[in-house]
Ligand binder design. Structure first.
Ligand code: TRH
Length: 377
C-alpha cells in the first residue's frame, strides 16, 4: 500500500504558498510514488500556476496529484498517513479530531518558511505536543545539512545544464514566449514586488555601456515599471526601449517554463521563496526581493542568507553583492551598486554555479520529508 499524504495550503497572498506546495506534491508523487492530496483554499491561485486545472472542481487529478478544494464547510475525510500543514495554516478542527482518533498513527508536520538564520537547525524536526495528545513536528527547509533542505527535483540540474549548453534550445524557448533575442544583450528577468528603487536601476541600465534585454513576467512590479516608463498602461506582450534597455512584458508562465526563463537569463531578479530557490538552481547571479515582514524581520533573514551566500567571493565582490541586495530591499542607490557589481561579473557568475552545486549536494526537501517519515514510523 502506498503511504498517503495530505498537504494543506492556505493561500495568504501572492503565489509562494501554492507554488511551494504544488511543487512538493508533484515531486512526492513522481519521485516517491506516494498518494498525495493537495488541499487548496484558493482554487483560482492554483489555476494561475496550473492553467489546465479547473477552479470549479472540488476534486481533480493534476499530474498524479489529487487536488482538492479546501472549502469553509469541511466534509469529513479519512486523514492521511502524513499530514503537512504548509506555513502554519490552520487545519480544519474536524480533520484534527479525525487525526487524533485514527487507528493508525498520523505524522503531523508543519512545513515552515525558508530561512538561512542560525536558529533553524536547532528548531528543525522538533515536536510540539498538542492538547489532543498528538505531536506536531516543525519541518524547516534550509541551506544546511541540519535543516530540511530545498525543493529540487531529481535530474533538475542535468536538464538545466543541457538547456544552457544548447543555444538553439534557449532561442527556441524565448521565441515561443514571443521574445526576439536582442543581439549582444545581457538578458535579465525581473520578478519582484512593487519597488521604488526600480527606476534608479533602469536608469543606469538604459544609460549603460551594454545592451540589456529585460523580461518582466506580469505581476506586482509592473506598477513600478509603469511609473518609470510613463505612457499608456503596460500590457502583456508590450515592448519598450529606453537607450540601451529593451523591455518586454511577458505573461505569467507555468512553473516549468519559468524555470527555463531563469535558465535562459544572465541575471535573475526574483522574490519570495520559490522563485528565489529556482534562481539558485539556474546557476546564474541573482537579486532577491525578500517578502517584507513586520519590524523589518525580513532584513535579518536577508542578511543571514547573504552571510552564507557571499562566502567564497573576494572582498570587493562581497561588498558589491551585499550593497546591491540592500539597495534593492531598502530603496537604496541601486544604480551605483549595479555598476559596482558589474566589475566582479565573471566572479559573480562562477560563484552562482558553485553555490548551486554545493547546495545540490544536500538531500532535497521532498527526500528529507520522506526520510523523516520513515525514521518516525
Ligand atoms: O509569490 P511570492 O511572492 O510568494 C510569497 C513568498 O513565498 C513568501 O515567502 C510568502 O510569505 C508569501 O508568498 C505569502 O514568490 P514565490 O515564493 O517566488 O512564488 C512565486 C511562484 O510563482 C513560484 O512558484 C514561481 C511561480 N511563477 C510561475 O510559475 N510563473 C511565472 O511567470 C512567475 C513569475 C512565477
Amino acid at each position: 500500500m502506498r503511504a498517503t499524504w495530505d498537504i494543506f495550503c492556505s493561500v495568504v497572498d501572492n503565489y509562494g504558498d501554492i507554488g511551494v506546495t504544488w511543487r512538493l506534491a508533484r515531486q512526492l508523487v513522481a519521485e516517491h510514488g506516494l498518494a498525495v492530496r493537495l488541499w487548496v483554499d484558493d482554487p483560482a491561485a492554483f489555476v494561475h500556476l496550473c492553467p489546465q486545472a479547473d477552479s470549479r472542481l472540488l476534486r481533480q487529478e493534476q499530474q498524479g496529484v489529487e487536488v482538492c478544494a479546501w472549502a469553509a464547510d469541511w466534509h469529513a475525510v479519512e486523514p492521511a498517513d502524513v499530514v503537512i500543514e504548509a506555513f502554519a495554516c490552520e487545519l480544519p478542527a474536524v480533520y484534527i479530531a479525525a487525526m487524533a482518533g485514527r487507528e493508525q498513527k498520523v505524522l503531523w508536520l508543519n512545513l515552515e518558511y525558508l530561512s538561512a538564520e542560525d536558529w533553524v537547525e536547532g528548531c528543525h524536526g522538533l515536536p510540539s505536543m498538542q492538547s489532543n495528545g498528538l505531536s506536531k513536528f516543525f519541518f524547516f527547509p534550509g541551506f544546511t545539512s541540519g535543516s530540511g533542505g530545498l525543493l529540487r527535483e531529481r535530474g533538475l540540474l542535468t536538464q538545466r545544464r543541457a538547456f544552457q549548453a544548447d543555444e538553439g534550445a534557449r532561442e527556441d524557448f524565448l521565441r515561443r514566449l514571443g521574445v526576439e533575442p536582442v543581439a549582444g544583450a545581457l538578458l535579465i528577468s525581473l520578478f519582484a514586488y512593487e519597488n521604488a528603487a526600480l527606476g534608479r536601476w533602469l536608469q543606469v541600465l538604459a544609460a549603460g555601456p551594454q545592451r540589456v534585454q529585460l523580461l518582466v513576467p506580469e505581476g506586482r512590479i509592473l506598477s513600478s515599471l509603469q511609473d518609470w516608463l510613463g505612457g499608456p498602461a503596460l500590457q502583456v506582450g508590450d515592448t519598450r526601449q529606453r537607450g540601451q534597455l529593451h523591455i518586454q512584458v511577458l505573461p505569467f508562465i507555468p512553473q516549468d517554463q519559468y524555470d527555463r526563463l531563469l535558465w535562459s537569463c544572465d541575471f535573475n531578479a526574483v522574490r519570495g521563496e520559490d522563485s528565489f530557490i529556482r534562481a539558485q538552481w539556474a546557476g546564474r547571479p541573482l537579486l532577491w526581493h525578500i517578502y517584507e515582514q513586520a519590524d523589518h524581520a525580513h532584513l535579518e533573514k536577508l542578511d543571514a542568507f547573504l552571510a552564507f551566500y557571499k562566502e567564497g567571493l573576494s572582498a570587493d565582490a562581497q561588498v558589491a553583492l551585499v550593497a546591491l541586495w540592500h539597495a534593492w530591499n531598502s530603496n537604496g542607490p541601486i544604480g551605483e551598486c549595479w555598476t559596482q557589481l558589474l566589475k566582479s561579473w565573471p566572479e559573480q557568475t562562477t560563484h552562482a554555479e558553485d553555490w548551486c552545486l554545493e547546495r545540490a549536494s544536500q538531500a532535497d526537501l521532498a527526500e528529507a520529508l520522506v526520510q523523516f517519515y520513515l525514521n518516525w514510523l
